[in-house]
Ligand binder design. Sequence first.
Ligand SMILES: Cc1cc2nc3c(=O)[nH]c(=O)nc-3n(C[C@H](O)[C@H](O)[C@H](O)COP(=O)(O)O)c2cc1C
Length: 185
Amino acid sequence: MTTPPEPDVLATLRALRQSRRFLPTPVAREDLDRILEVARWTGSAKNTQPWHLVVVTDSALNSGLANLGAFTGFLDGVAASIVVAVEGEGRSVAYDDGRLAERVMLAAAGLGIGSGTAWFSNPAARQQVRELLGLPDHLEPWSAIGLGYTDTSEPQATPQLSGRKPLEEMTSWNRYGRPAPTQPT
Ligand SMILES: Cc1cc2nc3c(=O)[nH]c(=O)nc-3n(C[C@H](O)[C@H](O)[C@H](O)COP(=O)(O)O)c2cc1C
């Protein structure tokens, strides 16, 4: 029998949301290192670890990154960002990339630091990210994760981008379409 997780760990995982407005408070170097150490242990297909992370603490560079995507403007105002650049293409690299990004966000949340994904969907924008950060051609910088202390006095999302499907709509038990059995009392 496994030890159940601490309830506050689950509460932190459950509460992770996208932050887009940040206080002008820096994130300590020690905390960035702790987040990176969590990211380093992300699992990947065949343990290929197809990533390189660029930690951007220079606010002029973060402002530059903010201009390179359709919805990346919030990077102008983060305390730091982590650009995730991956080698290779296809479903499994994308999966690895997403797992790492989520770990970064969850590690940040564990330290009380807010985070937000910024996506560079356009190839020309990714080339500009490469040039801005001096990344080699074989690395594709699909996203950056903005980090900072969330300014909770500001809304973080438009209402249509909020909320989730109900659990019953996204799950089946034992066979597609079957609802969860009622709990024995
Ligand atoms: C692949 C991917 C790309 C995203 N790109 C952006 C982005 O460029 N800008 C942004 O503000 N949010 C971006 N997001 C965040 C989503 O908008 C957010 O996860 C979703 O709206 C749910 O937000 P919530 O957890 O705050 O409810 C992205 C998320 C994912 C998974």
